[in-house]
Design a protein around this ligand. Structure first.
Ligand SMILES: Cc1ncc(COP(=O)(O)O)c(C=O)c1O
Length: 351
């Protein structure tokens, strides 16, 4: 079987440094808000070309705390509209709703899966879906928040950017983790305080915060993996270029090469998607659907506070998309098997 994402194989490439880092923290007796987190935050801010970074507990928290901090700063208020692509992972939209803001869902481009328009709103949450950076024109007086959960390795362009270090991400921890980066010191201080019970100074609580911190073990793990990220992303890009050049199948729409892309996922489209997935599985290739049900059709948003018109492109994409294996530990043989299997006439694909 060619696994979709063998995390054990992927993480084995960072040994023995990974185990050494975990053991160092375990023995240190210091597990939260210490020098490992501070070191990683500095490294990650520099890597992103941004001045500030705060480690948090997840990508969802990173987004939620950014919106919360902008409300404290008076740049957003209850009921403000936030433009967001309709075909994103639901976490992007939940972060808006959780802050009493109203998500305004817009259709993506069929070619890039990203939104390519700006509309009047107080903020735009631009999502770099599948690793491709959305091309958003920065408008004055509109905050641009960038959901970089799937695009670690690309320099953010937003006023603030949220990252996820969930294990399957391009820079994955060995558990949950996330970060907020920006050039805005005030925003960074509030995000940091919000994730620490609303406190900047011990036992002084200024805001209604929560507990959302990157822990020392995850920070140490991420510091081991970060220096190899560009190389790992290059490998993903090479595989993507081969898939694009070598998969020949009139029933399949391949993603476009253009734009900044770290190829978190390689997502093809096929009208007979379910039959194709079955065919690939029978031929030993594991694939995943990102995502089968768009957020506006989820029970969590039944009768919920979402604004949208019709979303035919989003719904069509949800029925056609299929993610192929793509990661830095793929062998030549695995890559060739995927290409050959998809390039052969697929008899069992017919429904
Ligand atoms: C686009 C997007 N935004 C946000 C998130 C949330 O990140 P996390 O899983 O770390 O909470 C994810 C994670 O899957 C994601 O894909």
């Amino acid at each position: 079987m060619i696994p979709f994402l063998p995390l054990n194989r992927i993480n084995a490439a960072y040994e023995p440094e990974l185990s050494e880092a975990i053991s160092r923290v375990a023995k240190s007796g210091w597990y939260l808000r210490g020098k490992e987190t501070e070191k990683f935050e500095n490294e990650f801010a520099a890597f992103c070309g941004m001045k500030h970074c705060t480690g948090v507990a997840s990508g969802l928290d990173a987004l939620t705390l950014i919106f919360g901090a902008y409300k404290i700063l008076g740049k957003l208020k209850d009921g403000d509209h936030v433009i967001v692509p309709a075909n994103t992972y639901i976490a992007s939209i939940m972060a808006i709703s959780k802050n009493n803001l109203i998500p305004v869902l817009v259709e993506p481009s069929e070619e890039t899966f990203n939104i390519n328009l700006t509309k009047k709103a107080k903020a735009i949450l631009s999502v770099n879906l599948y690793g491709r950076q959305a091309e958003i024109a920065k408008e004055e007086n509109i905050l641009l928040i960038e959901d970089c959960a799937q695009s670690t390795g690309i320099k953010p362009i937003g006023d603030a950017a949220a990252f996820s270090f969930y294990p399957t991400k391009n820079l994955g921890a060995l558990g949950d983790g996330g970060a907020v980066v920006s050039n805005d010191e005030e925003l960074n201080n509030i995000v940091r305080a919000l994730g620490n019970y609303g406190s900047q100074k011990k036992y002084i609580n200024e805001y209604l915060g929560c507990n959302s911190r990157l822990d020392e073990i995850q920070a140490a793990v991420l510091s081991v993996k970060l220096p190899k990220l560009n190389e790992d992303n290059k490998k993903r890009c090479e595989i993507a270029m081969r898939y694009i050049a070598e998969i020949k199948n009139p029933d399949i729409i391949l993603p476009q090469k253009q734009g900044n892309n770290v190829w978190h996922l390689f997502v093809i489209r096929c009208k007979n998607r379910d039959a194709l997935q079955k065919h690939l599985f029978e031929n030993g290739i594991e694939t995943i659907i990102h995502y089968p049900i768009p957020p506006h059709l989820q029970k969590a948003y039944k009768g919920g506070n979402l604004l949208y018109d019709k979303l035919p492109i989003t719904e069509m994409l949800a029925s056609e998309v299929l993610s192929l294996p793509i990661h830095q530990a793929m062998t030549e043989e695995e890559i060739e098997t995927v290409i050959n299997c998809l390039s052969k006439p697929l008899q069992s694909q017919k429904q």
